[in-house]
Design a protein around this ligand. Structure first.
Ligand code: ADP
Ligand code: ZN
Length: 215
């Protein structure tokens, strides 16, 4: 099953993609996670990407294309994948079509999660991420000397560098100006599943699974 998960920053793509990947037993590929890992390790890619990501802009299509090609042509993706955060431009969508032609090109599903910008800004300004395992919590749930409920690390929750309000606004602008158009490109190329991303996490998952089995 080849699944693309689409929607504005902070709409819950990563959260749902992780759950679906484990339920469907296919890998979750997040281009944002790949970039953050490269930045943390100060690799060549990380050095090129850091400033761009910190500003909330898009890393150039050719760099992203190489990353996605390398990842999707790995045998672990041969039974399908959930791609989270890619494609973000029309050109990236075209590059992806070319990559998929070289591996097994199956029916794709595009899951689009929706939420208004005000909800997104509120969520992201209050979001903390475990720097050890990537789990996400709301600021109000993380107290002093807090251990991560998932990996038990102590005081491991921090704000993502790009979850600063002015950068969030920039990311939302990029989404509306550039990324939103990718949805139209897929209207006649994928099975489209549109879900209200403001519902509770479990409810969103349930609706997605329901629509996946229907199709
Ligand atoms: P979010 O969708 O919550 O903003 P991601 O973790 O998906 O966050 O991505 C974080 C940042 O990584 C983006 O703001 C952008 O700078 C960069 N990035 C991720 N995926 C892509 C992509 N496909 N093309 C260009 N830049 C990307
Ligand atoms: Zn953790």
């Amino acid at each position: 099953m080849q699944i693309l998960i689409f929607g504005s920053p902070g709409v819950g793509k990563g959260t749902q993609a992780k759950i679906l990947a484990s339920k469907l037993n296919i890998p979750h590929i997040s281009t944002g996670d790949i970039l953050r890992y490269a930045i943390k390790n100060e690799s060549e890619l990380g050095k090129k990407a850091k400033e761009i990501v910190d500003r909330g802009e898009l890393v150039p299509d050719d760099i992203m294309g190489e990353i996605v090609k390398e990842t999707l042509t790995d045998p672990k993706c041969s039974n399908g994948f959930i791609l989270d955060g890619y494609p973000r431009t029309l050109n990236q969508a075209k590059i992806l079509e070319e990559i998929l032609k070289t591996i097994k090109n199956e029916k794709h599903f595009l899951i689009k999660l929706d939420a208004d910008d005000e909800i997104i800004i509120d969520r992201l300004t209050n979001r903390l991420v475990c720097c050890k395992c990537g789990n996400i919590l709301n600021k109000s749930d993380v107290k002093e000397n807090f251990s991560c409920p998932i990996c038990n690390s102590l005081n491991s929750y921090a704000k993502r560098a790009d979850d600063d309000e002015s950068v969030i606004r920039r990311r939302l602008k990029v989404y509306h100006d550039t990324t939103a158009a990718v949805f139209d490109y897929y209207k006649d190329k994928a099975v489209i599943i549109e879900i209200d991303g403001t519902m509770p996490i479990e409810k969103v998952t349930e609706e997605i699974i329901l629509k996946l089995v229907e199709n």
